[in-house]
Design a protein. Structure first.
Ligand code: ZN
Length: 285
């Protein structure tokens, strides 16, 4: 098979998985099944035919509107489909048509789903994390047998990594709770870090938490806090009688949104980052 054909197939597969990921993202936080019923319009409940459900293309062809009730279909759907399609394309372009490409693509797809539900609902569904843990553990064994571990941890490291990831984030959450005197970390973050730790091993699981905290801090200072401040000011102007008690200025931060990209960075470049860090410590320390 030619390289181009393989890449086209990877992109198409990715788009289809992206379409399924949309179903998971919209249904799991509501406690619904992803298998039944068939896809329908969330507004008018009209069932969606297969030709209205082709990734990206249908959204464009329908001009982003339901054919039944005319309600706008969120741009989230084609964007998620495109993101997953490109994830699978980039994986195959980098690792070739290999087991490693499949594992990287599935891992990144899972993390995208987790980041989306955490951002939208502050929920990390067990559907993602339980499947992720089982998939990663199973393929760490497959990687050992086929002698193709790729960037993933081998089975024993994966087991220790799951415990280290979950344990470290639980400790961080516990100390955060003591310091802030309120719930700082959801249990979803613990399950997410078990999955990440199984994929990258204990050392890079800790790196993921550091990177996630770093990305989160930058996002908080540059985006989340200013946006929140502007919105609160606007609300006060609209309703001046609301008491200014300083409440609501510190929003809940879905940490999974930042752990997800951090995990991909740790998987692909974690060794390089740690080597670079150790070299700088030796040079300046
Ligand atoms: Zn409709």
């Amino acid at each position: 098979m030619s390289d181009t054909l393989i890449r086209v197939l990877a992109f198409t597969f990715g788009a289809l998985w992206g379409s399924f990921l949309n179903v998971c993202i919209s249904r799991w936080p509501a406690g619904q099944s992803v298998v039944a019923p068939r896809s329908r319009c969330p507004n008018c409940e009209r069932p969606i035919a297969w030709y209205e459900n082709v990734p990206v293309l249908s959204w464009v062809a329908l001009r982003a509107r339901c054919r039944g009730c005319g309600k706008l279909i969120s741009v989230m759907y084609p964007l998620v489909e495109l993101a997953v399609a490109f994830t699978w394309l980039i994986s195959v372009a980098n690792f070739g048509p290999t087991l490693t490409a499949l594992r990287v693509a599935v891992f990144a797809t899972l993390l995208l789903g987790i980041a989306m539900t955490d951002a939208r609902h502050y929920i990390i569904p067990d559907g993602f994390t339980v499947f992720g843990l089982m998939w990663i553990m199973a393929f760490s064994v497959v990687g050992l047998i086929t002698a193709e571990p790729g960037p993933f941890a081998p089975p024993y490291e994966a087991l220790i990594g799951a415990c280290a990831g979950a344990g470290a984030i639980a400790i961080a959450g516990w100390l955060g709770e003591v310091a802030l005197r309120k719930e700082a970390m959801g249990f979803g973050d613990v399950t997410l870090m078990a999955v990440v730790g199984a994929a990258v091993g204990p050392q890079l699981a800790l790196l993921t938490i550091f990177l996630g905290a770093g990305i989160g801090t930058v996002a908080y200072v540059l985006i989340i806090y200013p946006v929140r401040l502007i919105r609160l000011k606007r609300e006060r102007r609209a309703r001046p009688e609301t008491p200014d008690d300083g409440e609501g200025i510190v929003p809940i931060i879905p940490f999974g949104v930042f752990l997800a990209p951090a995990a991909v960075i740790a998987l692909l470049w974690g060794r390089v980052i740690i080597d670079w860090y150790l070299a700088s410590v030796v040079r300046y320390g």
